[in-house]
Design a protein around this ligand. Structure first.
Ligand SMILES: Nc1nc2c(ncn2[C@@H]2O[C@H](COP(=O)(O)OP(=O)(O)O)[C@@H](O)[C@H]2O)c(=O)[nH]1
Ligand SMILES: [Mg+2]
Length: 195
């Protein structure tokens, strides 16, 4: 369990990135997939990352430092249909800039709502992430909303559509029921401690 959580800063421009003094674990997902809820669940905090009932666009990258050991990086959500084109450009600039910057980068956690089947936007994101050669894993969240059969069907869909290898790390979680959180926490720790 992670004990000590410090908010470091919100950045709106790549010039403001904190020095790469700690290993970094980043979270990325479409708006409303439960990214904030997942960060809260992993840190066992009620509202470190703000949970919203209406999907909105945060344009900042938020840095938290966990146990004086690593940065948890909350990346802005994407795919919000009503986002103005300027904001979409800004998102691309921030994400691409961050993921290609020289950092002690350890893991990108890509979060999806398991009820949604990936579309072109998700596929292009995965292709971009593969292209950066960063280590990443996938979280299929909101499993409490589906039956066991439906969960397996969607799991298969994701593997097929994203062309993932059989041993690719995929985590099934419910932030609502606090299910599947511990394995993800352990995975994060294993990435932070390496090197
Ligand atoms: N049923 C269910 N709802 C969830 C789960 N995780 C998050 N939510 C809900 O999904 C909505 C968006 O969550 P939020 O964490 O703000 O998503 P974000 O936009 O990706 O940061 C909120 O209403 C959450 O309560 C989950 O595992 N199961
Ligand atoms: Mg959020």
């Amino acid at each position: 369990m992670f004990k000590y959580v410090e908010f470091i800063k919100s950045i709106y421009d790549l010039k403001e990135l904190p020095p790469p003094e700690f290993p970094e674990i980043a979270f990325l997902g479409r708006s409303n997939v439960g990214k904030s809820s997942l960060i809260n669940a992993i840190l066992n905090r009620k509202n470190i990352a703000r949970v919203s009932s209406t999907p909105g666009f945060t344009k900042a990258i938020n840095f938290f430092r966990i146990d004086h050991q690593f940065y948890l990086v909350d990346l802005p959500g994407y795919g919000f249909a009503k986002a103005p084109i300027e904001l979409q450009k800004k998102w691309k600039y921030l994400i691409e800039g961050y993921l290609t910057a020289i950092r002690d980068f350890r893991l990108l956690i890509l979060i999806f709502d398991i009820r949604r089947t990936p579309d072109e936007l998700d596929i292009s994101l995965i292709n971009f992430v593969k292209h950066t050669k960063k280590t990443f894993c996938i979280v299929l969240n909101k499993i409490d909303t589906l039956s066991k059969n439906e969960i397996n069907k969607q799991l298969k869909n994701y593997i097929e559509i994203f062309r993932l290898k059989p041993d690719f790390p995929i985590f099934l979680t419910s932030c609502k029921e606090k299910e599947g959180i511990e394995p993800l926490r352990k995975f994060i720790l294993s990435k932070v401690k390496l090197h």
